[in-house]
Design a protein around this ligand. Structure first.
Ligand SMILES: CC(C)(COP(=O)(O)OP(=O)(O)OC[C@H]1O[C@@H](n2cnc3c(N)ncnc32)[C@H](O)[C@@H]1OP(=O)(O)O)[C@@H](O)C(=O)NCCC(=O)NCCS
Length: 179
């Protein structure tokens, strides 16, 4: 756990902070009013853009693990979203649940301050409650900052997905088993 993060114990509703970071940023659940700010961060910081209904669908279905980072001026400067996928297990027809990291981004002016670390730290235990057996994600093979971040959380490269991105770049498929 990042020592810079302090937890608020009296979480009452969605818009109350789950945590404060460096007495500056707050981490809280996303609400429908935040989606515009989330989409703006995504469009600035990542080449993969999604339509509004995609975000809304994640908010409606896995909103408890959809977190935002908010600046002192109340601006959305980061987010993380997950979904739970059911896939057949390798050894049987049994369906297993995986927590899939759909997207994480932090505004470039606020990076290297532990915001992505806080977003992962607070969202992973929430998505774990969906009885997942592993956390999974894809990351561009060239995205060293993100790869380093995931390795810090003990994700391991499982395989390469060829031409996963629209521009043809390969993805690492990374997995962390739930203990
Ligand atoms: C990847 C990203 C989310 C990291 O956000 P952040 O808030 O700056 O990350 P943190 O400050 O919590 O850093 C945690 C760790 O990530 C790694 N890291 C983050 N930025 C890095 C960089 N520029 N170079 C190398 N490692 C980096 C480091 O291991 C870092 O730990 P350290 O500070 O102790 O060295 C951010 O760079 C980003 O939004 N990038 C664009 C969007 C993106 O690529 N998303 C991931 C798509 S799969």
């Amino acid at each position: 756990m990042n020592k810079k993060i302090g937890i608020d114990k009296n979480v009452v509703n969605n818009s109350q902070p789950l945590a404060h970071l460096n007495n500056l940023y707050s981490i809280r659940r996303c609400t429908v009013h935040d989606l515009e700010g989330v989409i703006a961060v995504n469009e600035r910081e990542l080449p993969e853009d999604y339509p509004y209904f995609f975000y809304k669908n994640i908010l409606d279905n896995f909103g408890d693990a959809f977190l935002v980072a908010v600046s002192p001026s109340n601006e959305i400067i980061g987010y993380i979203m997950w979904r739970v996928e059911k896939t057949p297990s390798l050894n049987s027809l049994r369906l297993i649940h995986k927590g899939h990291l759909v997207s994480i981004a932090v505004d470039s002016h606020h990076r290297r301050k532990g915001i992505a670390t806080a977003l992962l730290t607070y969202s992973m235990p929430i998505i774990k409650k969906y009885n997942i057996c592993e956390y999974v994600l894809e990351v561009r093979v060239s995205n060293q900052p993100a790869i380093n971040l995931y390795k810090k959380f003990n994700f391991q490269v499982h395989s390469i997905k060829k031409c996963y991105y629209r521009d043809g770049e390969n993805a690492y498929y990374m997995i962390k088993k739930v203990s």
